[in-house]
Write a protein that binds this ligand. Structure first.
Ligand SMILES: [Zn+2]
Length: 159
């Protein structure tokens, strides 16, 4: 037996240490919270996608009485971005939650998988910013490999 260890590299910023561009992105993700429809979980999530040209697209989680019909904030924003701006590259995505959960709001595996494929498709890393709801500190992952190191990829579909 041998242990295989992955190094994860994340950067943590105080709110005041962020660039104006990313500070604005976090503000837009926070604004997106008002669009959350989460009567079942009462767990509002907001996201904002920044394209390379500076366009910002907001998304919020959308729940449904038929639970699997809902969608996370991150994918709501990403799929809208891909639909409206199919040729634009994504520079970053910010994620915020409303509840003071006492930790950074890591995206679910499905959202990480989608981010990973968008990153692979555009052949450029996507910065992921996770905002701590209690402290407003921001955890920044430069690219998806730190958050989903073994993503399932298009190339895995063929031998
Ligand atoms: Zn998700």
């Amino acid at each position: 037996m041998k242990k295989l260890i992955n190094q994860v590299e994340l950067e943590q910023y105080a709110a005041g240490e962020l660039s104006d561009e990313y500070l604005n992105l976090v503000e837009k993700a926070t604004e997106a919270l008002s669009g959350s429809y989460s009567p079942y979980s009462n767990f509002a999530v907001g996201a904002a996608v920044l394209t390379e040209e500076g366009t910002i697209i907001k998304g919020a989680n959308q729940e449904n009485a038929a639970y699997p019909s809902g969608l996370c904030a991150e994918r709501t924003a990403l799929f809208y971005t891909s639909t409206q701006y199919p040729t634009k590259k994504i520079k970053a995505i910010a994620v915020v939650v409303q509840k003071p959960i006492g930790r950074f709001p890591f995206p679910c595996g499905s959202c990480l998988q989608v981010m990973s494929e968008f990153q692979e498709k555009q052949n450029e890393k996507i910065d992921v910013l996770l905002v701590h709801p209690n402290t407003s500190e921001v955890l920044l992952s430069k690219g998806l490999d730190n958050l989903l190191p073994h993503a399932f990829k298009k190339s895995h579909l063929s031998p």
